[in-house]
Write a protein that binds this ligand. Sequence first.
Ligand code: ADP
Ligand code: MG
Length: 255
Amino acid sequence: TMPELTMLEVRGLGIRFGGLDAVKDVSASLPAGKITAIIGPNGAGKSTFFNLISGFYQPTSGQIHFLGEDITRLKTHEVVGRGIARTFQTTTIYKELSVLENAMIGHRVRTRAGLLDALLRTGRERQDDQASRAGAMQALERVGLAGQAHRLAGALTQEGQKRVGIAMALSSDPKLLLLDEPAAGMNPEETVNLMGLIRELVAGGLTVALVEHKMSLVMGLADQILVLHHGQKIAEGTPQAVSRDPAVIEAYLGS
Ligand code: ADP
Ligand code: MG
């Protein structure tokens, strides 16, 4: 068999807020083409871990390598440009804009200097618009929303709006997609649909990392699971191994 390609590698990653180690000394590898779930009780440091990888926070210790390149100190739009995109725990779509316009904003974040620039449309932007539109339409196709491109994003169901958020991330054509609690607020049927979508994206070549606090939700989906507790990695492995790990069970019972 082929040796596994590592998409992302973090070593000794940490960040302190005042006296709190929100993430502490976390080392992990995310294999290419796989689904890695980051689980742990509320406040474990899961979202902060994503904020570090995506350049929203600067770590106080450790390194982040993406496809062999040190990206530890890169800015958010530089990280997106390298091929890492993310969604947020709370929906951040623009409800008063169309589905397509939302996806186009995602595309602009990659090609322009940043989100603010993406929103403040200045000067020579006609050609950019064409590229954004094509990239955005492609992303909408991948999440099954191409037929609803011209609807107001706010008019979509909860599930539809989540898909818009994923399309915004996909429109930068990432290699690695970070999903922060994508199933939050979804009913069981919507959750099953979302899991199907994630599997399809991975079958198409994407690498996915997703944060979730419900262990049951990622059991049938993840190739590997990292468990955070009080900012530290307390376990990692297959869903089966992790769900039987006494340290993990204790962390969940105590939370
Ligand atoms: P999770 O996503 O696992 O629920 P978070 O990563 O959001 O947890 O938070 C981990 C810890 O870090 C929490 O105690 C939280 O209050 C703290 N934290 C996160 N972001 C900040 C910040 N910007 N400033 C101060 N504390 C923060
Ligand atoms: Mg969180």
